[in-house]
Design a protein around this ligand. Sequence first.
Ligand code: AMO
Length: 442
Amino acid sequence: MTRLSDIWRRSHYTKEIDENITGEDVTVMGWVHEIRDLGGIIFVLIRDRSGMIQLTAPSKEIEGELLDKIRKLRKESVIGLKGKVQESGKAPNGVEIIPSEIKIFSLANQPLPMDPTEKVKAEIDTRLDSRFIDLRKPVVSSIFKIKSKMLHTVRNFFEEGGFLEINTPKLVASATEGGTELFPITYFEKEAFLGQSPPQLYKQMMMSAGFDKVYEIAPIFRAEEHDTLRHLNEAISIDMEASFMDDVDVMKILNDLVQKVIIDVKQDCREELKTLEMDLDIPEGHFEVLKYDDAVDMINSRDVPMEWGGEDLSRAAEKALGEMMDGYYFLTEWPTEIKPFYVMPNEKNPVKSHAFDLMYKDLEISSGAMRVHQHDLLREKIAEKGLNPDAFNGYLRAFEYGMPPHSGWGGLGADRFNMTLTGLDNIRETVLFPRDRRRLTP
Ligand code: AMO
């Protein structure tokens, strides 16, 4: 077929060019990372997704028109390069390319809004404003290569475990986790919201539908005002739900999944981890389980005031726990009162519940529970939370005509989980285009 475009086709990523292909003709595509014009010889570093290669142009050996083109290059312009691979002791990876032809696809304006070579460090706001350039830095793109691997492992893990991937609506009519923290939107003549935990009610309804085991990877929207290093207003949540399982069963699934992701990332993202100077430890066996009661005592022992059942963990409480607990651990037996309506109370002591959180040091990375599957109890619990049960009829009906006992967890925050894999302490680093209290663009 004849092509209408005259874009060249790449023969190699720069990383694939080494002394084994000395003498071969190659075509690479990339960004001009650096230019050094020494008069008699010009060096240009060309960068692509995989790494960098040096173009070497000795002015005596290169014909005038091509040399002029090379002299015209500007940093971060996008070019195609055809040339011969030659061994070179001085070039960054032991080989260089002697050019035969160059195609300039796009010249970059100068000065650049930020320096992608990292020689001049930029603040996070400057970086996010020019995120498309920021992401050109290996230290930044590594974060997203690790995230991609993580998501790939998550999908494989669920598929191999017999889970069905589902998609649930993000435009919803009511809250799931409590009355506040919702973004209202205009839905024709009605008010609607962006879901704060959209899979929650629907993944439970899938249990009534007989799907048995489901998962979803999708955004959650939270209109929380706080401007912290751990919260965003849009985040990616990994959710699962399974029938005929209790909280301990699904904690085991979460435990296994986290371990599998760490094993895969450690094995397949060596370069990226090295770039990030991150040494990942594979946690072995079962994560430690800490009961909420004991956590309160431990927190109080650090002179951080916290009352049993009164509240979720404050930041000071999380920090105190993080100093005493290492790596991943579960917090269990949460007070029923502070958990959402769908959480199953303990049969013998209803003040306590079958809810758990997965923590990494001082960071909560997932919440889950055995759910209430009895219709009348669920209705009662919705009312106890000050919500109108009639507003939940679409959900509640699924509990009237055959609902298995079930459990699940959610919000294995893909972004927060990624923080633990990359060693970063600002969640904005792990999201391409973060949405926070002040940022809605780019
Ligand atoms: P929860 O509200 O605890 O539980 O949220 C679960 C997880 O989602 C992530 N997360 C966030 N990440 C970034 N920014 C935010 N603003 C944010 N809010 C939450 C965290 C957190 O641990 N439906 C239940 C889950 C379930 O029971 O299945 C839920 O949403 O990693």
